[in-house]
Design a protein around this ligand. Sequence first.
Ligand code: ADP
Ligand code: MG
Length: 442
Amino acid sequence: MDNLRLWHKFLQTIRSEISPANFKTYFLKTLLKSVGDDKITLSVPSAFIVETLDRDYKKLIEDIFEKLLGKKPTVEFVVKEFEQVPEENREDFFQAPQSSTTSSLNPKYTLENFVVGLSNNVAYAAAQAVVQNPGISYNPLFFYGGTGVGKTHLMVGIGNAILTKKPHLKIIYCSSEKFTNDYVAAIQTRKMGEFRAKYRATGLLLVDDVQFFSGRDQTQEEFFHTFNELTTKNSQIVLTSDRPPNEMPKLEDRLKSRFQGGLMVDIQPPGIDTRVAILKAKCAERGESLPEECLNLIASSVETNARELEGTLIRILQTLKTQNLPPTEEVIRSYLGQKPITPLSLNHKQVLSGLCEYFNIKMSDLTGPKRVKELVLPRHLAMHILSEELNLTVERIGEILGGRDHTTVMHGRDKIKHLITTDREMQRIMIEVKQTLSTPQT
Ligand code: ADP
Ligand code: MG
């Protein structure tokens, strides 16, 4: 059993033996630092917690490790060290010339402000382990999970933490699309040398949403070589995806097995306690606060993921401010009770004609064979809406769109799904399209 699994098992056991509040306070941000022959060291966020653990929990902790390991270790606690860098210097790193980071790391996403709960504690522990021993503990580290659960946050958090420790390390953070685009551009401009020099010289490579490598054979080939070169040099690689590698269609086997060769950890949607904690953290970041009842109300009404939770919170805070309303349960309840703008009880014909109206194109073009740029986005949107809102199968959607292959439909659907979460322009278009669809067409 490796340390991470051991720690995960430990957390599961102790969680069933102590109260949730104590578990949260004393164990969620505690990490397994090392496992020696007969000594186990835990790294603990504060001296206060060390004191309590040592006084009240030491025996229980040792007993649990005894059960898991078959012999009783001595447990010792140390306070987690943070290599703090003065604030002004930190700023410099983030604004460092683009040579060190492709698209520079968003300083908003750190490990410190990542709220740890049961849905993500293994992922968080893995992130910490990688920060402590980049390139050695788990290479690659592969996070997967649904949209908005914190994959990007955690990955960029790793980058920021390593950057703080090693300000001069070359770090690249990019989406799989950016990697693809760079690669294609390098071929076209005959600058493969530069491309390789850039991606293969990095000390830490963070690639977001690798599911978009699916079906791009040449890019996969290039990424495979990049991957090999980096891991040979013990450069850490962190990847995220909306699904595990074995569920990625059209991913080359050798790349699949590389992805599976490190540590794969899933991140689940946050449970109610974590959602409340996330809301608190996001309020605090904005210098705002809401009463506990209001936070509970919001957390119980938005169950999907942290991104939606945050979005809802921001809209609520804005509404309270602009309409000068008090933060009461009643006000929040009435806000949350408002109908969403998209009550879609449409059939597929209405969706298509709504899209034609919005984009001002002909139905015969939308469903026809023409391969022109203006038709790509409307078609992709059609694929997305028919799949997500009308729950049609990809095969059926292919038929509706004039006999397109189901893999084309999957590609279009996923593309939009991704863009909606990352691209403001796409969010705007989607809202407008849905408004068009929800106003009766004449
Ligand atoms: P993903 O990449 O999985 O789609 P993100 O990392 O972009 O999700 O997270 C979406 C938003 O939710 C971000 O603003 C992020 O800061 C926030 N978020 C997600 N999980 C957490 C968490 N555990 N603690 C704090 N914020 C979180
Ligand atoms: Mg993401």
